[in-house]
Design a protein around this ligand. Structure first.
Ligand SMILES: Cc1ncc(COP(=O)(O)O)c(C=O)c1O
Length: 365
């Protein structure tokens, strides 16, 4: 029986051209980009090519791209660089790699942006704070990794520009999938992850408009212009390159059809309740609550039928606790406890749903 992998928001398996690029360099090793010899220079050229591609992909030729080990490190680097007294506005449904450094950064005044029952965040709510507090930093994910909601980045960026606020966008779930245009002058920094659209895990980046504000969190050999010491992950960058050069947005966009059909069927068959902003979300993501069932039970039963989905966020995996996103939602306990995420990937564009539906029937009958 073949297995269905429906957890692309946790990590999307390597694309074929990514695998090919990786194996090229596994068999013909790159040097250290710090080396002055031919091997080193070849590695340096690769690193700089990927940096250029990343800039092009977001439409910014100014500022700096700093490569990191992933989106977690990029968020940490930016947020730990903020002066302690900086006023921060963000929501409780941001990724843990945003919330933890902010909460650890003792003294940072945080204004919480409340999510509505569908997980939507209101730019006017933010404008009310920005009008009163003269300077600060808005931290906003472009898409929520659990509910799939797409935030109105442009509307928030307009407010930031009007009131002179910085704006940090965590684009981990959209970049390489739907595309992410950071050309709005209100956006001052962006986080990227390599592995959410079929690239290698263990690589990511932070783009910042004003590099002078960065405070290195990793010290050593002064790689990445001194902002992030440690030898660049050249192999992973080699794998990221084809993804940046040839994003497959069409496939990701077209997943809405499969997602919508499964969602309707789960509602009709099991009384599942769809969660999130149903008008504006990642096309590959379905979040729903099963009545009278715990999410863990649903996940385990489906796993026995060779279907991998997730309850809560896999980034806090291993824990049986409700994710912080579900805890923050103004829902009753049963809806929170029954919440699961199903996230499709490009291999599902032509998926024949009758076979998958049968697995759900066998698991949940
Ligand atoms: C919105 C968001 N930010 C950050 C991360 C962390 O990404 P990485 O695994 O590259 O550290 C994730 C991973 O799920 C995410 O979804």
């Amino acid at each position: 029986m073949n297995r269905y992998y429906l957890d692309h928001n946790a990590s999307s398996p390597l694309r074929t051209d990514v695998r090919a690029a990786l194996s090229t360099y596994v068999n013909d090793p790159l040097g250290n980009p710090g080396g002055v010899h031919w091997h080193g220079q070849r590695a340096r050229a690769l690193v700089e090519r990927v940096r250029r591609l990343l800039r092009q992909s977001i439409g910014r030729s100014d500022g700096r791209v700093v490569f990191t080990s992933g989106a977690t490190e990029a968020n940490n680097l930016l947020l730990k660089s903020l002066p302690t007294e900086t006023v921060v506005v963000c929501s409780r449904i941001e990724h843990a790699s945003v919330l933890e450094p902010l909460l650890d950064h003792s003294g940072t005044p945080i204004h919480w942006l409340e999510a509505d029952p569908d997980g939507r965040l209101d730019p006017d709510g933010f404008a009310r704070v920005a009008r009163v507090v003269r300077e600060g930093c808005l931290v906003l994910m472009a898409a929520n990794n659990e509910l799939g909601n797409l935030n109105d980045v442009t509307a928030f960026a307009n407010v930031c520009l009007e009131f002179g606020w910085d704006m940090h966008v965590d684009a981990a779930q959209v970049h390489g999938r739907l595309g992410f245009d950071a050309s709005h002058p209100g956006i001052t920094s962006v986080t990227f992850s390599g592995h959410k659209a079929g690239g290698p895990p263990g690589v990511g980046a932070l783009w910042v408009a004003n590099e002078k504000r960065l405070r290195p969190q990793m010290e050593g050999g002064s790689q990445e212009m001194g902002y992030r010491s440690g030898t660049e992950n050249v192999l992973a960058l080699a794998g990221w390159e084809p993804l940046l050069a040839h994003p497959d947005e069409q496939s990701w966009q077209s997943l809405a059809a499969v997602r919508d059909e499964l969602e309707r069927w789960l509602e009709q068959t099991f009384g599942a309740r769809a969660n999130g902003d149903l008008q504006r979300r990642l096309p590959n993501t379905l979040h729903c609550s099963f009545p009278d069932r715990d999410a863990e039970e649903v996940v385990m039963a489906l796993d026995l039928e060779q279907v991998s989905i997730s309850a809560g966020s896999a980034c806090t995996a291993g824990s049986q606790e409700l994710s912080h996103v579900l805890r923050a939602m103004p829902w009753d306990d049963a809806r929170r406890r029954g919440g699961v995420r199903i996230s499709f990937g490009p291999e599902h564009v032509d998926l024949r749903l009758e076979f998958l539906k049968q697995r759900f029937m066998d698991a949940l009958k």
